[in-house]
Every structure is written in structure tokens, then in C-alpha cells.
Ligand binder design. Structure first.
Ligand code: CU
Length: 123
């Protein structure tokens, strides 16, 4: 019995030491599915376990390793690709780089002229 308990403790310790995961949900500006893909792609990084952008609530949920990332650096991943977060603003340069129909600051949307997308070679 004692032996089993000891084993369980050792196993538990190993799991928690291996990766201290943290979660964060914060607001990120976005308009359409392209924004969603762009934002999630930007969070495809080492130490980020999962990133899910909800277009309806405009919130991004991130599961990350607390050793590698923090709130500040996560927000900056979004602003680096031109998307404002609830705490940080993207630079005008970064904002200018996003697709024309994703200009959330101007309240335009992609709907209605989706056929334009095929001719764009934005990555
Ligand atoms: Cu978009």
C-alpha cells in the first residue's frame, strides 16, 4: 500500500514539473475567417499548446507553457500581425499589412466580395 502511494506521488510530481501550463483569454480584434486563421497561425509557436479564436466573441483562448510565455508576450504576438488586443495596439505598419477586407478598424467586412480573395497572394 505504501509502495503504491509513493509511486503515485512520484508520478504526480513528474507531471507537474514537466510543464506548468497556464491559460489566458483576451480580446483580439478580428472580422472574418481569414482573421481567425491569421491569428491562430501567429500563435502556432513553441510553448503554445493551443490557441483558439472565437470570431463571435472576438476572444482568443490560449493554453501555453508559463515558462516560455506571459500575458505581455502573448498580446504582442497578436499585435505583431496587425491585430489589436484589449491591452495593446498594433502599429500602423502592422495594421496596414493585413488584408484589405480585414481592416477591422474601418469596420469593413469580407462578406460580399469573397471572390476577390483568390487573386490575392497574401501568403
Ligand atoms: Cu479578416
Amino acid at each position: 500500500m505504501t509502495r503504491f502511494l509513493l509511486l503515485a506521488v512520484v508520478a504526480l510530481t513528474a507531471v507537474s514539473a514537466q510543464a506548468q501550463k497556464a491559460e489566458l483569454t483576451f480580446g483580439v480584434s478580428g472580422l472574418c475567417g481569414m482573421c481567425e486563421n491569421r491569428i491562430e497561425a501567429a500563435f502556432d509557436q513553441k510553448g503554445i499548446v493551443a490557441a483558439d479564436y472565437n470570431l463571435e466573441t472576438k476572444k482568443l483562448h490560449v493554453v501555453y507553457k508559463a515558462k516560455k510565455w506571459n500575458e505581455e508576450s502573448l498580446h504582442k504576438l497578436a499585435t505583431a500581425i496587425g491585430h489589436d488586443t484589449e491591452k495593446h495596439k498594433a502599429t500602423d505598419e502592422a495594421y496596414a499589412n493585413i488584408h484589405g477586407c480585414c481592416k477591422y478598424r474601418d469596420h469593413q467586412s469580407c462578406s460580399g466580395h469573397d471572390h476577390d480573395h483568390d487573386h490575392d497572394d497574401h501568403r
